[in-house]
Design a protein. Structure first.
Length: 258
């Protein structure tokens, strides 16, 4: 009788954490002779923890990572990346400081792995994060534009995110309209949030992405680089190295498939 009243109140008040834990916590309180205040504190803690977990799950879903990668599985010993710098980034101070991150390097050196790991850590700190490849971003912008929803799209996916991750920046070239739209996005995010970009193109080649428009390229670079961590990753493809180690590829071979 009492239990069903408690459960009804919990359901009405949407207190799922208390609903799932009150019975166990009431037993614990009785066994350990806790005071009423201590018992209440345990109930509130359970509710807080449940809400915190749900919020993290929602953030993770919204982020849209292709596959979850965390920093625990990143092998720093076989990478030129500075672990201290990545730890600094993982503290998420760069978000408060609205700094950007640029991860630059050849294919297979772990740029996407690091981008997802940083993004994942952000969602666990309940920072609204969005992961897109540049190809997807352009498709999404084009679609929103053709449906007259560009402003809403920018608001929802760009402005309201604390961290926007654009993967594979420069893997293909943009036309004039797309270049201008991308500039708008970078400009909107500039100083109101952080952008993390992965690219295999060095800055001097960036104008190739933007229709050879030097003015626009400089404007985009200027906004991205001002207040940023620029992380250059050197070395061979990690996948290839693993295969070489396993003796699956001979060093003189030109094989690049993995
Ligand atoms: P990039 O985006 O630079 O092309 P990826 O991040 O996709 O490279 O890395 C290719 C594969 O190698 C992924 O499966 C990634 O998890 C793995 N990888 C790359 N570098 C490392 C590393 N230092 N430690 C562990 N795994 C790595
Ligand atoms: Mg990648």
């Amino acid at each position: 009788m009492l239990n069903s009243r408690i459960e009804e109140y919990c359901i009405n008040l949407k207190l799922k954490g208390i609903l799932e834990n009150y019975s166990f916590l009431a037993d614990k309180a009785a066994k350990e002779s806790l005071s009423f205040a201590e018992f209440l504190c345990l109930l509130l803690e359970a509710e807080y923890e449940a809400r915190n977990q749900r919020a993290k799950q929602t953030m993770l879903k919204f982020a849209g990572f292709p596959k979850i990668k965390t920093i625990d599985t990143f092998d720093f010993s076989s990478s030129s990346v500075d672990k201290t710098l990545i730890n600094e980034v993982l503290s998420m101070r760069f978000i408060d400081e609205t700094k950007n991150i640029l991860l630059i390097g050849p294919p297979g050196v772990g740029k996407t792995h690091l981008a997802v790991a940083i993004g994942y850590a952000a969602t666990q700190k309940r920072i609204k994060t969005k992961f897109v490849t540049m190809a997807d971003l352009i498709i999404q912008i084009d679609t929103a534009l053709s449906q007259n929803r560009l402003e809403q799209y920018i608001k929802k996916s760009i402005n309201f995110t604390g961290l926007l991750i654009i993967d594979e920046f420069g893997y293909f070239k943009l036309n004039e309209k797309q270049s201008n739209l991308l500039f708008q996005i970078v400009n909107k995010k500039y100083e109101t949030g952080s952008i993390l970009i992965t690219t295999n193109l060095s800055f001097i080649r960036w104008k190739e992405i933007f229709n050879n428009d030097e003015g626009l390229t400089t404007a985009i670079l200027d906004r991205l680089i001002h207040h940023s961590y620029i992380i250059n990753i050197k070395g061979d493809s990690y996948r290839l190295r693993q295969k070489r180690k396993a003796g699956l590829i001979d060093f003189s071979s030109q094989e690049i498939n993995s």
